[in-house]
Design a protein around this ligand. Sequence first.
Ligand SMILES: C[S@@+](CC[C@H](N)C(=O)[O-])C[C@H]1O[C@@H](n2cnc3c(N)ncnc32)[C@H](O)[C@@H]1O
Length: 166
Amino acid sequence: MTVSSWIATWAGLVPAGVSVLDLAAGGGRHTRFLAERGHRVTAVDRDVSGLAATDAIEVIAADLEDGSPWPLAGRHFGAVVMTNYLHRPLFPYLFEALQPGGVLLYETFMAGNERFGKPSRLEFLLRDGELLELVRGRFSVVAYEARMISEPKMAMVQRIAARLVA
Ligand SMILES: C[S@@+](CC[C@H](N)C(=O)[O-])C[C@H]1O[C@@H](n2cnc3c(N)ncnc32)[C@H](O)[C@@H]1O
C-alpha cells in the first residue's frame, strides 16, 4: 500500500535519527517508509501479521482498546505517527510517548466521511476542528488540513503535523 501523502510530506519534519512510534501500524506502510529514512521504528498493532521485525523495526502486538496497560510505559519517541485509526482514550498516551520537541503526524477520517463509506460511525470520525483542539496549548502546529481527498479513495480527513512544545 502506498504511503499517505501527508506522512510523505511531513516526514521531513521528523529530526534525523530519532526513534518513531507507529501506532495501529497495520501492514506497516509507514513503519517501513520511516525505517528506510533511517529511523528506528516501533510498530504497534493488535494484528502484527503484516509486520516483520528487523534491526530497524520493533514490532509489538498489543490491543490498544481492551483496557490492558499502555504497552510503551516509560518510553519516549522523537515522533509518533498514527493514520486511519481513532480511539480517543489513547490521546493522553500519544502525548506521553513524545519527548519534548517531538513531532506528531496524525491523519484520520472526520465527520462527513459517512458520505463516502466506512468508517461512518461517529465514534470513529473526528469532529470538526478536533485535532486542533487536541493539541492546543501543548503543540506548535506546523500544518493542519480538514478536507475531502480523492486518493487513495474519496474520503473526508483531518490531518496534522505538530511539534510538542519543549
Ligand atoms: C485502517 S487500519 C490503519 C493501518 C495503518 N495505520 C495505515 O494507515 O496503513 C487500522 C489499524 O488499527 C488496528 N487496530 C484496530 N483496533 C485495534 C486495537 N484495539 N488495538 C490495536 N490495534 C487496533 C487494526 O489492526 C488496523 O491495523
